[in-house]
Design a protein around this ligand. Structure first.
Ligand SMILES: *Cc1c(COP(=O)(O)O)cnc(C)c1O
Length: 471
């Protein structure tokens, strides 16, 4: 968009005295606002005509990237499939206009939905009870760990204050354990990306009676299925600890296998990832926690009422629309799509763990390291072709991590086009590396200095003006 007006802030477009509305005479009488509640000075608001306002905000909205505008191969924290019908269901006024303080006999429909969703999640996970109070995955982890902590304390087992977390885990795992007042023991990964069982045995031999729980993600953050779960669960249970399952990205498992059957005692699910709900910009979310029979009495109260109800409605609509039959296709299709991209690119991108993956996988940058083109450069260059960047520099196991998750619902044509752009970038890295290193070139804002942006953020118009004056 070349028009200069479109790049400006609404304050810069303001002209004193200009209005974009016309208020009719007041037919409803005058209610004076008490003097103490009135402003001493007029609010400093931009003054613009209607077309300027409409164009300004419409053009701003066009600068947003979303699943409705392009392919979004972000690994781990993926925006998965968000069917539009779920939005209609969540917007039904009969549900949307409910108030949490309404008498229970007027909210039976909503309560029935909660209990049917709980039933569906129990079926899918093999656990016995769920609480829907947590508002996000990390909130679910904290809730689950608090549940585990209370369980140990109820038995007078006060020494259990340590949580075993694999080094490949999502950053929220150790963070939640720390917030819960628990200490983290890191267990190493083997070269094949799975948990080092021998290392775990040493940890249990040394500190077994202090272990409250082991947290695991399966398929893990590298998109690999942990094959030693039964042995790991037996080892942790034998020393008195509980098994926690991070089910943020449950899609590769849906209808295929169940954490409850594998020996996990407590888990959370990110409804906003696995069971639809668009969650850009940090919300809205729901991270229900499931437990084995008997542990539900230790659920803490971490939020009022029943949690984020509209996210639960979308999840239930999604589960019902898939049904028993199609829910089983989610995992295989996610796995097929991820492996298709991986195999189509591994001759030009470095694949440190060359095995079959599940819903996601990790490259370690370009194969040809002599070009000087980094994972950051590849991610920025993808923006020029209208793609959201994959997850980069996570997991920390490799220097140039580039983590890709296509999700299960993308067409082969979309995947093929993405593959061809990724190959084109690899080629360009050899023939014209500067073009890649200075990308993006087609976005409203080019390559930003991310260190300066983090250390010296300019977040509002006044600071911007002051900065200009200083210059
Ligand atoms: C996204 C994610 C989380 C955290 O979920 P939030 O809703 O962002 O708090 C935890 N673990 C894994 C594996 C995830 O992908």
């Amino acid at each position: 968009m070349n028009n200069k007006l479109y790049g400006k802030l609404i304050f810069e477009l303001s002209k004193e005295g200009r209005v974009g509305y016309n208020l009719q005479g007041n037919n409803y009488g005058n209610y004076e606002i008490p003097a103490a509640m009135q402003r001493a000075e007029d609010a400093q608001l931009p003054e613009c005509d209607e077309l300027t306002v409409v164009r300004h905000y419409t053009n701003l909205s066009n600068n947003n990237f979303g699943v409705d505008t392009g392919f979004y191969p972000l690994g781990s924290c993926t925006m998965k499939y968000n069917p539009k019908i779920n939005e209609e269901v969540a917007a039904l006024p009969q549900f949307q206009n409910l108030h949490p303080e309404q008498p229970a006999d007027t909210t039976k429909g909503a309560l029935t939905l909660v209990s049917m969703l709980e039933h569906a999640l129990c079926e899918l996970t093999g656990l016995a009870h769920f609480t829907f109070k947590p508002y996000a995955g990390a909130h679910g982890e904290l809730t689950g760990l608090m549940t585990i902590d209370s369980y140990h304390r109820s038995r007078g087992d006060l020494a259990r204050k340590k949580v075993v977390v694999p080094d490949s885990a999502h950053g929220t795992n150790p963070a939640s354990a720390a917030v819960c007042g628990l200490e983290i023991i890191e267990v190493k990964s083997l070269a094949d990306g799975t948990v080092d069982f021998e290392d775990l045995k040493r940890i249990v031999a040394d500190q077994g009676c202090e272990i409250a729980a082991m947290m695991m993600t399966n398929p893990n953050t590298l998109g690999l299925f942990e094959t030693h779960i039964p042995e790991i669960a037996a080892l942790i249970h034998d020393c008195g600890g509980l098994m926690y399952y991070d089910g943020a990205n449950l899609n590769p498992m849906l209808g295929v296998c169940r954490p409850g059957d594998m020996g996990f005692d407590v888990m959370h699910i990110n409804l906003h990832k696995t069971f639809s709900t668009p969650h850009g910009g940090g919300g809205p979310g729901s991270g229900p926690v499931g437990v084995r029979e008997g542990l539900q009495e230790f659920f803490p109260v971490v939020s009022p009422y029943h949690g984020n109800f509209s996210v639960m409605m979308r999840a239930y609509a999604y589960i019902l629309s898939l049904g028993r039959e199609y829910v089983k296709l989610v995992g295989p299709l996610a796995t097929l799509n991820a492996n298709y991209i991986k195999e189509s690119l591994k001759d030009v991108y470095e694949l440190p763990i060359d095995t079959m993956c599940c819903h996601e996988f990790v490259f370690d940058g370009l194969k040809d390291k002599s070009t000087g083109v980094t994972t950051m450069d590849v991610a920025k260059r993808l923006l020029d072709d209208g793609y959201h960047a994959p997850t980069i520099y996570f997991p920390l196991l490799f220097h140039e991590s580039l983590m890709i998750e296509p999700t299960e619902n993308e067409s082969k044509e979309t995947l093929d086009e993405f593959i061809s752009v990724m190959r084109q970038i690899a080629e360009e890295a050899k023939t014209n590396p500067d073009e890649v290193k200075s990308a993006p070139h087609n976005t409203p804002i080019g390559r930003v200095d991310d260190v300066l942006a983090a250390k010296h953020p300019v977040t509002n118009w006044k600071t911007l003006k002051n900065e200009e004056m200083k210059d």
